[in-house]
Write a protein that binds this ligand. Sequence first.
Ligand code: NAD
Length: 503
Amino acid sequence: MTHDIQAAAQAIFDKPLQGQLLIEGRWVDALDGRTLERQSPAHGKTVATYAQAGVKDAQAAIESARRAFDLGPWPRMSGAERAAVLRRVGDAILAQKREIALMETLENGKPFEQALAEIEGAADLWQYAATLARNLHGDSYNTLGERTLGIVLREPIGVVSVITPWNFPFLIVSQKLPFALAAGCTAVVKPAEVTSATTVMLGRILLDAGLPAGVANIVVGPGSVVGDVLVTHPMVDMLSFTGSTAIGKQAVAKSAQTLKKVSMELGGKNPQIVFPDCDWDAAVDAVVHGIYFNAGQCCNSGSRVLVHRTVHDRLVEEVTARSRNVRVGDPLMPGVQVGAITTERQLDTILQYIHLARGDGAQVRLGGSRMDRPGMYVEPTVISGVSPEMPIAREEVFGPVLAVVAFDTLDEAVAIANSTPYGLSASVWSRDFDTCVAATRRIRAGTVWVNTFLEGHAELPFGGFHESGIGRELGRLATEDYTETKTMHLHIGPRQSMWSSKA
Ligand code: NAD
C-alpha cells in the first residue's frame, strides 16, 4: 500500500491536477486567464494549478445558480428524484475515495489514512442527505374552523453561497452542499484557495451523477475577491460559511446589506474537563488525540484541558509522556498520526502563540518549535502553568498546542469553560453521573461529549454558541435550514364580507 500511495503521489507531482471553474455545467478558465498554484505543505511540490476566478467569474457563477433555480428542473423535482442523484454522488465518492483522499493529503498535509476516513464519512453525509430529501415536509392545520385550512409549505430558500475552509475541505463541503441540494436549492461553492482540489473533484462527480447544469457551481479563488462577491451579491439568498470567527463576522455584516439568511460555523476553544474520578486512561488518550488530531487545525480541537488540581501534575506528566510517542511526519507514510501544517501563515501563528505563552510565564513542557526537517511541521506541544485569562487559554491557536489549566471545583471548571467568546464543543470526564449532567447542562457549547471526544454522526446536529457560529448543520433538521416556510391560507365556501360594504 505504501508503494501504491507513493507512486500515486509521484504521478501527481509529475502531472499536477488542473482545475477549472464550474459554471453552468461547463468547466471554464477564468475570464482574465489568471491561475493559481498549490504546493504540498509536506513536500514542497506543486500538486495543483487552478483557473483563479475574479469578480466577473463569481458573478457569472451566481447568475448561473439563479437561472438554475428560477427556471431549472431541480427545485421542482420530487424528493425521490433528488435523492437518487445524491445517492449516486455518495456511491461515486466511495468508489473514488483513495484518489480524493490523496489530493486532500497533498494539499492539506493531513495523514492519508485520516483523509481516507474523512472521505468515507463525507460519502455517508451524501447518503444521509438523500434520506432527508424524501422526508422534507411542511405542516397543516385542520383545526382553524369549518371554513379554513392552513398549510405550511417548505420551499427551497433559493441560491446558496457555500464558503469552506482548508482544514477539512471535503468533509465540510459535504456538511453543506448535499443538504442544500436535498432541499432543492442551487449553489455556488468557494473552497479555500489552498485546498480546492477535492471540491473540483466533487464537481466532476456531481456532473457524472446527473446534477443538472448550473445547480452546483464552483469558483476557486481568494476570499477577499471571490468570497466577497458570494457574500454580497443580491441574487444570493443564503450564506453557508465555515471558517474563522473574524472573517465570519465580516461576512455576516456584509451579507446583512441584502438580509441573507446565514449559517455560520466558526472557531472554538474547546475545553476537555477532567475530574479525578474519571476513566483515567481514556481521558489521557482523548486529551492527546483531541489536541493533535489534524495537527490541531480543527475547530473542535481540544485545545485546553481543564484538570482538577489534585490530578494536575499527574495529567501533565502522562500527557507529556504520551505526546512524545505521537508519530509526526510525512502524511503519506502509514502509521503517521500528525502531518504538516497547512499554510505558512498558520505555522507563524502557532509559533507566535507559543512565544506569547512563554512571555506570559507559562511553561512549555514539551515541544514548542518548528521541526527541523523539510516541510512545515510543528512539534507536539504541551504548555502548563496556564491561567484562564492568558491568550493561550482563550484564543484559537489552530495547531498542536495544548494549554493545561487547573481548577478546584465544578463551579470553577464551568466558569472557566464558559469564559471565552467561543462555545463550539467541550467534554466532561467523570464516572459520576451528577457531575456529568450538571457540567453538561451548564456548559454553553453546541456539543458536549461525556466520557468521549471528537465523535460525530450525521444524525447529530453540529454548531456553536456565541462567537462559534449561528445555526446548526447535520441532524434531521439540516435540510430544513435551507428552506423558507410559506403559509397557504385556504378559505372554503362562500366568504362573508368583512366590511359589509354592500349598499
Ligand atoms: P478563513 O476564515 O480564513 O477562511 C474561510 C473561507 O472564507 C475561505 O474559503 C476563505 O477564502 C474565505 N474568505 C476569506 N476572506 C473572505 C472574505 N473577505 N469574504 C468572504 N470569504 C472570505 O478560515 P480558514 O483559515 O480557512 O479556516 C480555519 C477557521 O475555520 C478556524 O477558525 C476554524 O475554527 C474554523 N472552522 C470552523 C468549523 C466549524 O464547523 N465550526 C469547521 C472547520 C473550521
